[in-house]
Design a protein around this ligand. Sequence first.
Ligand SMILES: [Cu+2]
Length: 174
Amino acid sequence: MKSSRMKSSHMKSATLLLAGLLLAGGAHATDADHIRASHAWIRVLPGALPAGAYVTLENDGEKPVALRGAGSTVYAEVMLHQSSRAGGMSRMAMVDALDVPAHGKAELAPGGYHLMLMQPNAPVKPGDTVTLTLQFGDGSTLATDFIARPANAMDAGGEHAVPATDHGAMPHGH
Ligand SMILES: [Cu+2]
């Protein structure tokens, strides 16, 4: 009786030691381990127009994390873009990376950074969920579910929805 109790207490400390080793391994966490993705959504445009994907990324790490792009099994091509507006003209440029600052966040949102999704292998409709695999600077990845929303949507919807107001124009570009 007494010896079996001893044994179990030994096993307990072995377990604690193992847990400690696993925690120490956390020092080698990947970029993706430090990133939390929220408000992930896709604005689906009619016809064959490319769709824009938007997401908020939060970094709980000590170092900035670079978002390099994303992969998808649904879209043949995904590119990281930045929209800007100059003299009433909306333009888009390809960017290599978007930095998520240490202990900070970066937002991909209409009118700014977005992932441009092209050539879906099947039509994506509002209400669908599409998984995009976000890719970071160190090669680590984070699979994130994006909710498809209609062309007039301005955000991820749900509890964060802002009542849709009619600005009298369809969004052009992203
Ligand atoms: Cu674009």
